[in-house]
Design a binder for this molecule. Structure first.
Ligand SMILES: [Fe+2]
Ligand SMILES: [Fe+2]
Length: 308
């Protein structure tokens, strides 16, 4: 009987699992986490260090796994569950990452996209209703330089900015958030070595890196289930309002306001996720390197937001 893959990002929080979890080493299934364990604190950190995207369960325990995930999510979204905001955020952040990974691996699957889209609107609600959640997101370190973790953080910052900018249309915020979650889809297609800061790429590597918005948008352009705003964000999130971005060198009046917000948030989280800077250092670098390239009020709001 073959084991079923599950996403590591769906295992979060202090709820004990009632199924065994295996990892695969040299084609052998090794029991890694036992029934009765949970995934917070040190165990979660150790798991992240392993950089595993998938682990495995026995097929006969699939329904136990599914109801664990369901219980976890409902508890995390329930404002009255009595759980602390950090645990709730950890579970929800993990679920959002898992939604992103699913679309990245299966962009042609309508269901994966729809799940990410529904998830994005729940995430917007969660952040809008819980001011402390935004800071709980900052406490989750992107130790494995994961693209989906970065996507969730860019969505988080974008939602924080939208709130400050008093953008109220829920449809607009949902589309912007979904675009932010999926913005770096193009890196699925290119061979960017994420262990190296972008500032240290060779000219050849930088050339390849700069193709990711076009590669990503070209890949989903013809997929009817992708919303146009999401495609625009994948294509334009590296553009800057003064025309200094790539790949088109668009100017402010050629960019949608949602694209501009995601671009600012992306510039900020990139310093943290891929250049190894603290949030305070990222804020300083934004002021040094990005003024004029993003709206100044957005840069200032992000610096305030990241201070907590
Ligand atoms: Fe990007
Ligand atoms: Fe990015």
């Amino acid at each position: 009987m073959s084991h079923l893959p599950i996403r590591v990002n769906t295992l979060r929080g202090d709820q004990k699992i009632d199924f065994d979890v295996y990892i695969k080493i040299a084609d052998k299934m090794i029991l890694y986490v036992r029934k009765g364990d949970s995934f917070e604190g040190p165990r979660l950190a150790r798991l992240k260090e392993k950089k595993l995207k998938k682990m495995f369960i026995m097929p006969e325990e699939e329904s136990l796994y599914r109801s664990y995930v369901q219980r976890n999510i409902s508890m995390a979204y329930d404002d009255k569950s009595g759980k602390d905001i950090q645990t709730r955020t950890e579970i929800i952040h993990g679920q959002q990452q898992s939604n992103v990974d699913e679309v990245f691996e299966n962009p042609e699957t309508v269901e994966a996209y729809q799940t990410a889209k529904d998830g994005a609107s729940k995430y917007v609600q969660f952040l809008m209703n819980n001011d402390a959640a935004l800071h709980s997101v900052f406490n989750l370190e992107n130790t494995d330089r994961s693209l989906s973790h970065h996507g969730v953080n860019v969505a988080t910052l974008s939602i924080g900015l939208a709130k400050r900018l008093k953008i109220e249309d829920p449809k607009v915020i949902q589309m912007m958030s979904l675009g932010a979650l999926l913005h770096d889809f193009g890196h699925q297609e290119s061979s960017w070595d994420r262990s190296k800061p972008i500032s240290q790429l060779t000219p050849e590597e930088l050339e390849i890196y700069k193709q990711h918005p076009d590669l990503g948008s070209a890949r989903v352009q013809d997929k009817k289930h992708f919303d146009q705003m999401v495609i625009n964000i994948i294509a334009q999130h590296e553009e800057c309002i003064d025309g200094s971005g790539f790949p088109r060198g668009l100017k402010e009046n050629e960019m949608d306001s949602s694209v501009i917000i995601v671009s600012t948030s992306n510039a900020f989280d990139r310093y943290v996720a891929f250049e190894g800077l603290t949030r305070a250092e990222a804020g300083k670098r934004m002021m040094l390197e990005r003024v004029g390239r993003h709206p100044l009020n957005q840069i200032k709001f992000l610096i305030e937001l990241s201070k907590g």
